[in-house]
Design a binder for this molecule. Structure first.
Ligand SMILES: Cc1cc2nc3c(=O)[nH]c(=O)nc-3n(C[C@H](O)[C@H](O)[C@H](O)COP(=O)(O)OP(=O)(O)OC[C@H]3O[C@@H](n4cnc5c(N)ncnc54)[C@H](O)[C@@H]3O)c2cc1C
Length: 454
């Protein structure tokens, strides 16, 4: 079997357009979209191996395009990560080209450089998947997408997985096989062309309509280096206490790696491998890996198999029935989206969570659950609650527009990946969280003090 055939059969590869690479092509193009890193990146590794097998150089292409709900906060993080990645790619002998609208077409880029093969990152979200399908229709060269941001390649667990307990044993069975370090080889033929490329600094936003109303997060910097620093800190100082501390929003007891996972600055394989090697109790390691692998990969499965993942329409029949039954229940307190956005509710705990998200670009998991549930209680309908939650989450969280966000909101508001609970007003059988009991489970006074309006 040839190297190209072997690569096509790699469990992480999905052949989007089959065929042999164009023998007259001048290079391999890696269209980087989700995995913004130069190490432990299977898309890059596979593109390099293919380029080496064909005796051609490799160029990495990144296109800056406007994205719904993305703003200065997200673009700043992205550009910081791209600046670092573009430098690191040189060590792998790969070129890097950054373009923005209206020069963002990967199809145009492939003809400009004479691509023999196009490799890209798998991304289950609707927008990126549609963009890839358009490119597949336009190009005449083979196209592979590589599932680089999961531990277990999604195609090995096909079909809708309805709950963590269903996907967990399947992931556990395959997990170890995919926790191998990647082959960090360099392209044999270095990229030598000097193509038009933008500089990776904040000035690239100049030509784009970027919403500047949300400031960049001053304490969270994009890039693999920072992701690895946070990982080291987590493994050395927080992992052993994770099972207990992860439920304390007033305490900084979690990894805070979600923005880095969202932008692909670090691989979940790197994180899981470091955690498994750590000197920490087994139950702490497994508690963390259950979030990183089971819940995260369940969320990815959720968006892949639910076209309507960002609306109430994704609810299971039992949840749709129970929410419909309670649609006319009186809602004693109603807030507008603006009031919610401005953290103007009667509930200081909820307001503190909203402020944490608006100011820092990140909210603690425990508070995210409570935050979502209350939006259901305080708005006119579950459909409206879902839309508001998605808009606020995607606008302010650095890790927003992620499968985890849509799954988390679907869990909180539509009972997704959950089961029916006791019947109660407005929520029906959707799991409820009361302010009183939530506030007693941790030092909520301290959390409120930490996140009050400046
Ligand atoms: C309403 C709601 C909205 C959410 N929005 C987002 C979002 O926009 N983006 C996002 O990445 N996560 C979201 N989550 C999931 C979770 O809250 C965050 O991933 C987590 O708080 C990130 O913090 P951390 O990196 O310190 O997590 P850690 O506890 O250190 O966990 C490590 C990693 O495991 C994964 N993980 C942890 N908890 C979950 C979970 N409940 N579901 C899926 N994966 C998980 C994340 O990738 C996380 O980075 C949301 C949850 C809810 C209930």
């Amino acid at each position: 079997m040839s190297t190209i055939q072997k690569l096509e059969n790699d469990p992480r590869v999905v052949v989007r357009r089959s065929g042999l690479p164009d023998p007259d092509g001048r290079c391999v193009v890696y269209w980087m979209r989700r995995s913004i890193r130069a190490e432990e990146n299977p898309s890059l590794d596979i593109a390099i191996q293919a380029a080496n097998a064909m005796g051609k150089p490799l160029v990495v292409f990144f296109a800056l395009v406007p994205v719904a709900n993305a703003n200065l906060r997200h673009y700043t993080f992205l550009i910081e990560a791209l600046a670092e990645t573009s430098v690191e790619l040189r060590k792998r002998n790969a070129g890097f080209v950054l373009r923005r609208v209206p020069d963002h077409s990967v199809t145009g880029f492939c003809s400009e450089v004479g691509a023999a093969l196009l490799v890209t990152d798998e991304n289950p979200l609707r927008g990126p998947e549609h963009r890839l399908q358009t490119v597949v229709r336009q190009l005449r060269i083979p196209i592979w997408s590589v599932d680089s941001d999961v531990v277990v390649p999604s195609k090995l667990i096909p079909g809708k997985q309805y709950a963590a307990r269903i996907i967990r044993p399947k992931l556990m069975k395959l997990r170890d096989e995919f926790l191998r370090p990647s082959r960090s080889i360099a392209a044999r033929l270095p990229w030598k062309q000097n193509l038009k490329s933008l500089l990776c600094n904040l000035s690239v936003m100049g030509g784009m309509k970027v919403d500047h109303s949300v400031q960049s997060a001053s304490t969270i910097r994009g890039g693999t280096r920072e992701a690895k620093r946070l990982l080291r800190e987590f493994v050395n100082k927080k992992l052993a206490g994770y099972p207990e501390r992860r439920n304390h929003p007033e305490d900084d007891g979690t990894s805070r790696l979600s923005p880095y996972l969202h932008f692909g600055n670090i691989s979940p394989v790197t994180i899981a491998s470091e955690v498994l090697k750590a000197d920490a109790p087994k139950d702490a390691k497994e508690a963390f890996l259950d979030q990183l692998i089971t819940w995260r990969e369940l969320a990815i499965n959720f968006v892949r198999y639910n076209e309507l993942y960002d609306s109430i329409e994704c609810a299971e029949p039992w949840a749709a029935r129970t929410l419909a039954k309670h649609a006319k229940d009186p809602r004693p307190v109603l807030y507008t989206e603006k009031q919610l956005e401005n953290a103007e509710t009667y509930d200081p705990l909820w307001n503190a969570a909203q402020i944490q998200m608006v100011e820092q670009g990140w909210m603690h998991n425990y508070m995210r659950m409570y935050w979502g549930k209350k939006i259901l209680e305080w708005t006119r309908s579950p459909a409206e609650a879902f839309q508001i939650a998605v808009r606020l989450n995607d606008k302010y969280e650095l890790d927003g527009r992620d499968p985890n966000g849509y799954a988390g909101i679907a869990w909180a508001i539509a009972g997704k990946l959950d089961r029916p609970w006791f019947e109660r007003p407005i929520f029906g059988q959707i799991r409820y969280m009361s302010g009183k009991s939530t506030g007693k489970k941790f030092d909520s006074k301290q959390y409120i003090e930490q996140h009050s309006k400046q």
